[in-house]
Design a protein around this ligand. Sequence first.
Ligand SMILES: [Zn+2]
Length: 267
Amino acid sequence: MWRVKGKKLNNLYVIILSTIAAVFVIVAIVSIFFTSKISELKKEQLNFTQSTAYMEETDFEYLRKENQFDEITELIGQNVKIKNLLSGLSRSSKALIVSSIPSGYPVNLNRVTSSFGYRMHPIYKKRKFHHGIDFGGKSGTPIVATADGIVAFSGYDSGYGNFVRISHNFGFKTAYGHMLKKLKVKKGDFIKKGDVIGYLGNSGVSTGPHLHYEVKYLNSSLDPKNFLTFNEKNFETLFSIEKHVAWDSLIWAITSQYSKVGLARLY
Ligand SMILES: [Zn+2]
């Protein structure tokens, strides 16, 4: 009886043990399956994130290129517009523009001792923006207005020394600094291009006799160098090198305004 009972008990153990083993095996298989599935999914997720990032980068690059393209198209469009407007100008209109916009040299000197832009200041010994150009020369050399205009300031300033500022047509201004005390014009005077306004000196913050010359458009300083060679013969260069002025609108205004009153025909 006991033997039979023992045999039955043995069988029961075998069944329990094999069931437990089977459960372990199943759990192991299932967990291996899920672990591999999870790592697969993780890999896919990483791939997806990477490709999304790449797509975003490509999108950004595309937008940048598109913007560049738009800018270039706009510039070409503007240049074409300006070229068309310029080709329609009469000789008299050109002469009027040259006399109204700062052009040519303010002094009969070609020695530029300091250019427009950042430089180490000779007195303050600091990197400072130089808003004009300097012409070195002999004290007493006559200085002339570079366009028709009205004298907005004539007097002394601690930095500029004896200096003159002239307001011109269409939003341009010029300034002439470090001159001798005997200034030839006073505030409110209407002057013509080429009129003598004063003489080269060494007044204000200056390390030697020189003229400091500025050209402004709507209170922004422009590089005067671009305006020095502007004349009726070399007429078109300025409009393509100086990008800070809305030339198309300005030339259109000059031609339409002056043709309306018939002024252009007088020149
Ligand atoms: Zn200067």
